[in-house]
Design a protein around this ligand. Structure first.
Ligand code: ATP
Ligand code: MG
Length: 288
């Protein structure tokens, strides 16, 4: 169990090295999965330069945005909108709303959302990479979920993120969520990813076309198809975070079994590194 929430408001930063790996998908659907476990959640779009959260949640009828809060027009608590029981703070789609905002005001503003009686989790959907927006999220959060696809270069990105976290005040744990996995032999296993990074893999969301079908239907996968493999992955992640029991549906077990059979009967013609040391050499990590 990671990031278990007692009577505090936990702030989780959703971070990645590469763009397009599924952070916003994780942010929106983790919020919905946590809600299914009875948790009170606010999800905040911290990707000010390319905001997508509202679209992914399928909402547009909000009054204020994070930009308004950072401009000092309203307190962040007033920029919280609600839809379908999910509370969210969108970022503005207007380019003009990028001027006059100060990220330096973010943490102070975020404190207006912290209220253990009313909010169990605040999820911060970051911009990709480890630039200004991500640094703001890394500084403001208590815990980090590092979202990545299961390919070797991610190890370097996680290590950079860990290095930044060491320099930031306060101890913050980091857990990895693998997205768009296919259980193919060309992918790194969660075990070797954990060994290489020293960070636990706390969730795995299979590649699932329904995620994109939901997206274009303006409905997050947890609502669009709660029985899909991706939704099961999000429920497993939320169960892991909250320490609640979740019985993994047979569908997921069957999917994993089929992947094993496929890997045995139709082995992919790829030369994968044979050991952790070989992976390190492959991605230029020095042997210490
Ligand atoms: N498990 C999945 N299976 C299939 N497609 C997925 C999955 N997760 C995300 N996607 C798709 O991948 C694309 C990128 O996802 P998303 O926008 O969540 O990434 P992101 O990391 O937030 O991107 P950015 O770095 O630009 O903010 C979207 O089209 C989304 O539908
Ligand atoms: Mg995003």
């Amino acid at each position: 169990m990671y990031f278990h929430c007692g009577n505090v408001t936990k702030i989780i930063g959703i971070i990645s090295g590469k763009g397009g790996v599924g952070k916003t998908t994780v942010s929106a659907n983790l919020a919905l999965a946590l809600k299914k476990f009875g948790k009170k959640v606010i999800v905040v779009d911290c990707n000010l330069s390319t905001p997508h959260l509202a679209y992914y949640l399928g909402v547009s009828d909000y009054k204020y945005t994070l930009n308004d809060a950072l401009m000092g027009n309203v307190e962040m608590i007033s920029a919280v909108s609600s839809s379908d029981g999910i509370r969210y703070v969108p970022a503005s789609l207007q380019m003009s709303d990028l001027s006059g905002i100060s990220l330096a005001n973010f943490e102070k503003n975020l404190k207006t959302l912290v209220n253990p009686d009313k909010v169990d989790y605040i999820i911060l959907d970051s911009a990709p990479g480890l630039g200004k927006e991500a640094l703001t999220v890394l500084t403001a959060c208590n815990e980090v979920i590092f979202v990545t696809t299961p390919f070797a270069p991610m190890v370097n990105d996680v290590m950079r993120c860990q290095e930044i976290l060491r320099k930031i005040k306060g101890t913050k744990t980091i857990g990895i969520v693998l997205t768009m996995t296919t259980n193919g032999v060309h992918e790194m296993s969660p075990q070797s990813i954990s060994k290489l990074t020293g960070a636990p893999v706390i969730g795995e969301v299979p590649f699932d076309r329904n995620v994109t079908y939901g997206l274009v239907s303006k409905s997050p996968i947890m609502n669009y198809d709660p029985d899909s493999l991706a939704s099961i992955g999000f429920m497993q992640l939320a169960a892991n975070l909250t320490g609640k029991e979740y019985i993994v549906p047979a569908k997921m077990k069957m999917y994993k079994l089929m992947a094993k059979v496929r890997n045995t009967l139709l082995p992919a013609k790829v030369a994968m590194p044979k050991s952790i040391q070989a992976v390190k050499e492959d991605i230029f990590i020095e042997n210490k």
